[in-house]
Design a protein around this ligand. Sequence first.
Ligand code: SAM
Length: 277
Amino acid sequence: MAGTLYLVATPIGNLRDITFRAVEVLKAVDVIACEDTRHTRKLLNALEIDNKLVSYHDHNESERAVELTQMLAAGKSVAVVCDAGTPGINDPGFRLVQAAREAGATVVPIPGAVAFVNAAVASGLPTDALFFGGFLPAKTGERRRRLEELRDIPATLIFYEAPHRLIASLRDCLEVLGDRNASIARELTKLHEEIVTARLSKLIEQFENDTVRGEIVLTIDRMSEVDVAADTSDPSVVSRYRELIAAGAERKAAMKAVAKEFGLPRDKVYRLVQNIN
Ligand code: SAM
């Protein structure tokens, strides 16, 4: 009989956010695979658990998955934890789950903290449909392209973000997505927890002179009904733009005039007419 792989969520800050079941499993398994053995040892010490740890991180994930799968195939039980939150969510786990399933092991999730879900539910933005996009690309060109791809998704968008990139990302979001409602959740469950929801432009004003620190989740509303309506008014925007160009206006001036006439942000008009010569 193949063994069991447990995916154990651990706290994202506040140690009391561990579940009874997580503690039981971490005590009982044959081995705990973790990202950073020193980090997890501290958690285990706080929980008075003395169990065997092996490292399982981005750089040894493939080889370690083979070894751990062999243990599972031999009937052992393995728990996977990451430094914080739920394994497999922007953290190692996926490869091992795949290999464990192929080896016939049972895979059991032990639910608990996950940063993006808590940021979304506390943001005040709609939670009927959520799109979790992990980390946005670090470079502005790639980041804007990614945001373009996600612009029309009818769901609240959620991203993890590094503090030193927050302002640059917010500016790109404003440029590509328009001035949507958004929320910054910082240091969830920790001493300096802060959740601020406002228009992207206001968030930029508020945070640009701050030295932003800590762990951050950025949640952004979907395109508003007004913007959707504006997008579907393409033919009139486009034909007005053509008219102005035909009358001899420069491209930039024509876009500006159309934006003003239709009450649309300039970047939106740019998107609608960018392929028209
Ligand atoms: N596995 C984790 C989870 O379940 O949420 C995510 C790990 S990912 C490598 C780390 C990122 O998650 C951080 O850079 C931050 O964006 C987000 N994060 C983790 N803990 C957080 C917290 N306490 N408050 C806000 N964001 C957090």
